[in-house]
Design a protein around this ligand. Structure first.
Ligand SMILES: [Zn+2]
Length: 275
């Protein structure tokens, strides 16, 4: 198994071409992955393989994730500068409509969302355009669709737009600072409970905000606390394919716009994974 896990951000909209818009890239990448004869599978299947608890053949597979849980994941929206944007969810439905359900029978996207309503509201006002685009009311429908899983991207992303220091002395803007019990409980454990209360399913996956992975969380707290919280794995941005030797608490991903910026860049990642 050498599965590239690809990551998109619904708020990455600076234009309407591949390099400037993650929605354009996502839709193009679905077709490109399919044209190469690769299979799209749920990222939870990759975790099952890392944990040695399933025997699915994951040769020539790709998994898809998206971060931060803006409304752009699920709803088509009118961007003030760049016009109508197709959500990741609707891009999956479009793919299905064009190719048929048999084309990618396990088509799936994992959406890592931010739990706390007040933090999402602050990000919406201060970092987006104040149109209430960080809501949670689509989570349940997305999860129920079977095409999307809602998972844990922390309580409040320890985002720099929040007042610093935060609870437990958190220095805002740096997830590396989540380095003790109180901070980890605040950022990860309570997010598990909140998201579970909204989708009637306990998240099983966590994704480090900013890709900031520290040794306390990766090698101590998550191995100790993860199982009790219902967590199977945590995701970083290591930019290598996931294999059976992957650290379950730092599963690598490739980030659109950073690790690749063009269809050719993605093709190179997919070729390297197939070696
Ligand atoms: Zn994030």
């Amino acid at each position: 198994m050498r599965v590239p896990i690809l990551t998109y951000h619904g708020v990455n909209i600076a234009g309407n071409d591949y390099a400037t818009n993650d929605h354009v890239a996502f839709a193009a990448d679905l077709d490109a992955i399919h044209a190469l004869g690769l299979r799209i599978v749920p990222v939870a299947w990759v975790v099952d393989a890392v944990l040695g608890r399933a025997t699915r053949d994951l040769a020539r597979c790709v998994a898809l994730t998206c971060d931060d849980g803006s409304n752009f994941d699920y709803h088509d929206l009118d961007h003030p500068q760049h016009g109508r944007q197709k959500s990741f969810y609707n891009a999956l439905l479009d793919f299905r409509a064009r190719h048929g359900a048999h084309a990618q029978p396990d088509l799936h996207l994992t959406s890592f969302v931010i739990a706390e309503p007040a933090a999402r509201d602050a990000m919406d006002r201060l970092c987006l355009v104040g149109r209430d685009w960080m809501r949670e009311d689509w989570w349940r429908a997305a999860q129920a669709s079977g095409l999307v899983a809602i998972e844990n991207h922390s309580w409040d992303h320890n985002h720099p737009c929040l007042t610093s220091p935060g609870p437990a002395g958190l220095v805002r803007g740096d997830f590396h600072d989540v380095g003790d019990e109180a901070k980890a409980e605040f950022e990860i454990a309570q997010a598990q409970d909140y998201i579970a209360s909204r989708i009637e399913r306990r998240p099983s996956l966590f994704c480090y905000p900013f890709g900031h992975v520290n040794d306390f969380l990766r090698a101590d707290w998550l191995p100790r606390r993860g199982a009790a919280l219902g967590l199977d794995a945590a995701f970083g941005d290591g930019a290598t394919p996931a294999t059976v030797d992957t650290d379950r608490w730092n599963v690598p991903r490739y980030i659109c716009g950073w690790h690749w910026k063009s269809p050719e860049g993605l093709a190179q990642i997919l070729r390297d994974a197939a070696k």
